[in-house]
Design a protein around this ligand. Structure first.
Ligand SMILES: [Mg+2]
Length: 204
């Protein structure tokens, strides 16, 4: 019988992100406007996040499309340096770390995943994760949630799932997860709900 667990999304839950930071840095070395340059990634970001495009291809395509005049390493750094901590969530999870296993479920790509796991201490609380680019599928589809249940040996009814996007919450809830629709503004409500869930699972 699987034990209780917490599964968390990454972006806008554990860390915030702001692609306009990348946009402003990109346009320092190309002939586009900061307001529109990120739209050049619209049709490659999705395929990159489900592993259809490799890191090298993504960097090459992104460099070509934008006409970026820096190195591949500079491009990759600009792509990654968009994240900032969500300190209230880090504090909440530090308080329950070690009492209940914690896992990640993220629509992401290899450059971002490698970067955030390395840079941010909160990820030290997580035992494992399922990532879209490795799974070959993405939220809000059911497939990646089913892979997550199987791979991490979860009982959805005993799993507290946190995500900021409504469609992901809908899928998670339909599969029986105890799903919490998170936003930075709702952190106090999150803490209260997590405490109720912990108590219901008999975790002190
Ligand atoms: Mg998110």
């Amino acid at each position: 019988m699987p034990a209780p667990a917490i599964v968390s999304d990454v972006g806008k839950v554990l860390i915030d992100f702001d692609f306009s930071i990348a946009a402003r840095r990109l346009v320092e070395k190309c002939d586009h406007q900061a307001e529109t340059v990120m739209s050049l990634f619209d049709d490659i970001k999705g395929p990159y996040e489900v592993g259809e495009i490799s890191d090298d291809e993504f960097v090459r395509m992104g460099t070509e499309r934008t006409g970026f005049r820096g190195t591949a390493e500079e491009f990759a750094a600009i792509w990654c340096e968009i994240f900032t901590p969500n300190q209230p969530m880090w504090d909440s999870l530090a308080a329950v770390a070690g009492k209940v296993p914690m896992f990640l479920l993220s629509n992401t790509n290899e450059l971002h995943k490698t970067y955030f796991l390395r840079e941010f201490e909160v990820f030290g609380h997580f035992q494992d994760g399922v990532y879209s680019h490795r799974a070959g599928c993405a939220k809000p589809g059911e497939r990646i949630f089913r892979q997550t249940i199987e791979r991490l040996d979860l009982d959805p009814a005993r799993t507290f799932y946190i995500d900021d996007l409504e469609p992901n919450i809908v899928t998670a809830a339909s599969l029986g997860f105890q799903a919490f629709h998170y936003s930075f503004a709702k952190h106090a409500a999150f803490e209260a709900e997590l405490a109720v869930w912990m108590a219901a699972q008999g975790i002190g």
